[in-house]
Write a protein that binds this ligand. Structure first.
Ligand SMILES: Cc1ncc(COP(=O)(O)O)c(C=O)c1O
Length: 474
């Protein structure tokens, strides 16, 4: 049995040694966290022999080892060692309503009793598509996939088929999943592949340009570009904001050159507003790539867009430009059930507005912690998200490479472990809020950052490296 700390003022559920170790400063943050998490450590050791790297998503690799979670509800989760954590990972941004929202759980349970996979058309897929077309301004038709990666792959295939053109233009630093065509350009150096194992020649069809009107105009000038794909929030959910007016300029330039405009709203869809960034910005793409909140925490993705383009995936009637798209789990009924329940509760915009208001307050208060501690840095971000940025400079003074660089590894690990020790699970120095987060959660997070910065100062970690920001492919 784990004895918990009674540090109620910050909702602490940790072992008794937690505060005394902290006050003596005897253990480094990572060492202390490792000591207090023996079950996560044991699972990490077991997983290392079974799962390459001991994880199932690159983003979960962590020093000294990843935290493992037993259960979650609302804004909080409980790790294997019994610590309660305020969750800012929130299913990599999928859980707008919080963990295991009762309405979503009930919808999934009901559908599980009816049919997991009928191997046939079902009502929920049309209900789900109706919800998407109602909420997303540019969506006339919807094709469901099993992930955001699959949706981005399908969007590019549709764009090539529709225009008959070979090339794709993407923006440096923007993330569109892990398929080969988008595996160059998300991370620095932006002209080099982000992974080994790519087939030769794939890079020739996809050009990476900086996010700027002039670069886009030059890239589209030859007239061979099928589509421009971008995160309309700016790279990595507004870690790197776009230049003012860029979305409208991109719409105009693509329209003038017969190029399709593809918005990847896998993160921003249903979060920035019920209709995503496009509804806020008043700029309609030809195709939208969706995922995460779309499926309410279950696996899922979709391409939505103009009927004339989308109907190419509609079978032989599309003729020689027909796009093929099989997929065993497309529009999986359990994903449809979770997605429908989520979109139903998120359709008025109240949920998004409340989470965004709380996130704005959190950003302000977290920035205040940096100021009071005399640590150069701040929290910034948009909608219901935040990014912690260490260093003198703000996001508008830093370039793409600096903003996407991430913290020096030792500082990153210590920040992560320090916040976990205080009961807060950050997502690589960033966070997603949900409808379930409360002012109490934010207050506890502010205290957690204050204490963690003090310990980082004491450990001499805040003098290391240069200004840097979060890493955030979700
Ligand atoms: C903007 C964006 N596009 C696409 C994807 C890929 O989605 P998935 O992880 O569901 O394949 C992600 C995942 O984080 C994303 O952030």
């Amino acid at each position: 049995m784990i004895k918990v700390c009674a540090g109620k003022e910050h909702g602490c559920m940790r072992t008794e040694t937690h505060h005394s170790a902290k006050s003596t400063g005897a253990a480094g943050l990572t060492a202390q966290w490792a000591k207090e998490n023996p079950r996560s450590a044991a699972l990490a050791a077991r997983a290392a022999a079974l799962l390459p790297g001991g994880v199932t998503h690159d983003v979960r690799l962590a020093d000294p080892f990843p935290v493992a979670v037993a259960r979650a509800a609302g804004s909080r989760k409980t790790d294997l060692d019994g610590h309660e954590l305020i969750c800012y990972v929130m299913g990599h941004g999928a859980l707008l309503l919080g963990h295991s929202h009762p309405a979503v759980v009930a919808a999934v349970r009901e559908q599980a009793g009816l049919a997991f996979h009928p191997g046939a058309c079902h009502e929920l897929e049309s209900d789900w598509a109706e919800a998407v077309t109602r909420l997303v301004p540019s969506a006339e038709r919807v094709r469901f996939t099993s992930s955001g990666t699959e949706a981005s792959l399908l969007a590019l295939r549709l764009a090539r088929a529709s225009t008959g053109r070979p090339a794709i233009v993407r923006l440096a630093g923007h993330f569109h999943g892990w398929h080969d065509q988008v595996a160059t350009g998300a991370d620095a150096p932006f002209d080099q592949p982000d992974t080994a194992g790519l087939p030769g020649g794939v890079g020739a069809a996809v050009r990476t340009i900086p996010a700027g009107q002039d670069a886009l105009a030059a890239a589209l000038a030859p007239g061979d570009v099928a589509a421009v794909i971008m995160e309309p929030s700016g790279a990595a959910w507004a870690t790197v904001p776009l230049p003012d007016g860029f979305l409208a300029a991109a719409r105009q330039l693509t329209a003038e050159t017969g190029t399709l405009l593809v918005f990847d709203e896998v993160v921003s869809g249903f979060r920035w507003s019920p209709g995503g960034v496009q509804a806020v910005a008043g700029v309609q793409p030809d195709l939208t790539v969706l995922g995460k909140i779309l499926a309410g925490g279950m696996p899922g993705g979709a391409v939505a867009g103009r009927a004339a383009v989308m109907d190419l995936v509609g079978g032989p009637a599309a003729g020689p430009r027909r796009v093929s798209h099989p997929g065993t789990h497309n529009a999986h009924p359990l994903s449809a059930a979770a997605g429908l329940a989520t979109l139903g509760l998120a359709s008025s915009g109240d949920v998004q507005d409340a989470a965004a208001r709380l996130a704005a307050a959190a950003r302000e208060e977290l920035t205040g912690v940096f100021r009071r501690r005399g640590v150069p840095g701040r929290a910034y971000g948009e909608s219901s998200t935040f990014h912690l940025l260490f260093g003198e400079h703000g996001p508008d003074e830093l370039d793409l490479t600096a903003l996407k660089a991430g913290l020096p590894p030792r500082l990153n690990a210590a920040l992560h472990c320090g916040m976990l020790l205080e009961g807060v699970h950050l997502f690589h120095g960033s966070g997603f809020l949900s409808a379930a987060h409360t002012e109490r959660d934010v207050a506890q997070t502010v205290t957690a950052l204050d204490r963690t910065l003090a310990r980082l100062q004491a450990e001499g970690l805040l003098t290391e490296g240069r200004p840097a920001g979060p890493v955030a492919p979700a």
